[in-house]
Design a protein around this ligand. Sequence first.
Ligand SMILES: *[C@@H]1O[C@H](CO)[C@@H](O)[C@H](O)[C@H]1NC(C)=O
Ligand SMILES: *[C@@H]1O[C@H](CO)[C@@H](O)[C@H](O)[C@H]1NC(C)=O
Length: 252
Amino acid sequence: MLSLALTSFLLPLFASAATLSPRATTLIPSTCFDSTTTFEKYFVYTYPWGGTTHNGGARMDKAHVSLSSSVLTLTAQKVSGQPSATHGGKTIPINYLSGAVGAKQTFTVPKSGGLVFSASLKATTTKGTWPAFWLTAVDGWPPEVDMAEWKGNGKVSFNTFNTSSVLQWKDVGYPDPGNFHEFRTELRDVNGKDVKVELYMDGKLQATQVGGGYTGKALYLVINLQMEGSSGSPGPAGNMTYSIKDLVVSTL
Ligand SMILES: *[C@@H]1O[C@H](CO)[C@@H](O)[C@H](O)[C@H]1NC(C)=O
Ligand SMILES: *[C@@H]1O[C@H](CO)[C@@H](O)[C@H](O)[C@H]1NC(C)=O
């Protein structure tokens, strides 16, 4: 009886507090890489739309995704004899097996709202390696926000697309790929239609971009180690890795 009375007293309080100052809601918690069970609650072992190939020279499988000490590691391994992939009407030779993981849920910036994605990433910049931490449209394309993408050239790219040829991009020097770096992307509705994208690395704002018409559009979250493609070829013969830890997704 006491608890019932308390509940009926507290609920209206919480409701009015929420209206006055909305609290951030955690969508993917920092514990997501703590165990296989937790990981599988939030992620699938392929691209989130279900494919195992995309626009580069790697085919993704579960064997190239590993979890250890709350760190997710994707490993690319050179192989031969794989069937090629097709993307956008083009045939792409598959020279690697590697890992891609996709969030099970999709993410939408609502009117007057926002989202924040943060993670520590250790990425390779070797020619032929194409790791990325990115968002892409569930229906059609764009939206696409590359919250961090490395194209084998010693730099990290931050990109927001309005069309395939109209995009804002920023390439930043990336001299220390052997260590983890912190990435944080904040997406905010600006006018009920467009989304401001603020891209941070190591606590410093690297770029502010605007996604035209992104408000209300569902996004997939992808973490993948593609190979070759935009990062050049041939890629390396030895295994290459891309690691991620401390991932959190929340509302703003
Ligand atoms: C994309 O569209 C938004 C909204 O119209 C605009 O503010 C932004 O400048 C556009 N980006 C580019 C690269 O033109
Ligand atoms: C390369 O990675 C694969 C998949 O993780 C592993 O099975 C293989 O032993 C690795 N090869 C070397 C030489 O480390």
